[in-house]
Design a protein around this ligand. Structure first.
Ligand code: SAM
Length: 208
């Protein structure tokens, strides 16, 4: 079984626990609300690895009449997202296989989804994101900082999930190489169940 199959099995099994923890998780909701300041009325938004629809829900609630397309490979997550965000268009699909027309979106959300990709898959995804964003289109990208990669159990899953941590400077360079300029970076400590701290990184960026 490859890393993605194993990861999606874990998300399918623990989707409800994930949703309970993260649908209204203050420190992440604050970041999304901050990003919504960059969103315009009637914007067309793509949310990749949308999970139970936590980010899409905030977008739905922002009152800017935006349309959101959410994609996730976990059937159970998509099922929850359908219930949580009735206005969104949702597809159960691998984010490595997406195909859209160039310049289709005003904003793209990559909220803690690149953490499940290999380095090569992440670079390919950013290349696609750059093509799918309109000029001055906005990117929301979050990930955990570090150099680790491998399988881990987490607070929401006893089943192992593949996690890839990234260095902020490396991500910045990949974005820059794809014509995406940084608007803002916020780093925030995330307390792990074992008492250690992980650094979450939130990048707001713009297609040139
Ligand atoms: C950490 S959760 C993030 C969910 C939500 N975006 C958030 O910020 O809370 C990662 C999500 O990515 C999905 N995922 C992982 N690999 C994927 C892939 N290759 N294609 C589509 N979805 C994937 C998982 O099913 C899971 O819902």
């Amino acid at each position: 079984m490859d890393k993605t199959q194993k990861t999606i099995i874990a998300y399918d099994k623990n989707s409800k626990i994930y949703a309970e923890k993260f649908m209204n998780f203050d420190i992440y909701t604050e970041r999304i609300k901050d990003f919504i300041k960059f969103i315009k009325v009637k914007d067309i938004i793509l949310d990749l690895g949308c999970g139970p629809g936590n980010v899409a829900k905030q977008l739905e609630l922002c009152g800017k009449e935006i349309s959101v397309t959410g994609i996730d490979l976990s059937e159970e997550m998509i099922e929850l997202a359908r219930r949580n965000v009735p206005s969104a268009t949702l597809y159960c699909q691998d984010i490595r296989d997406i195909e859209f027309k160039e310049k289709s979106f005003d904003a793209i959300i990559l909220s803690f989804c690149i953490v499940h990709l290999s380095d090569e898959e992440m670079v390919k995804l950013i290349e696609k994101v750059s093509r799918y964003l309109k000029k001055n289109g906005k990117l929301y990208l979050s990930f955990m900082e570090g150099k680790k990669k491998g399988f881990e159990t987490t607070s929401f899953s006893k089943e192992e999930i593949f996690f890839n941590y990234y260095l902020t400077e490396e991500v910045e360079l990949i974005l820059e190489n794809n014509g995406i300029g940084i608007l803002k970076i916020v780093k925030q400590d995330y307390p792990e169940p074992d008492g250690t701290l992980t650094t979450d990184v939130f990048v707001f960026a713009e297609k040139e």
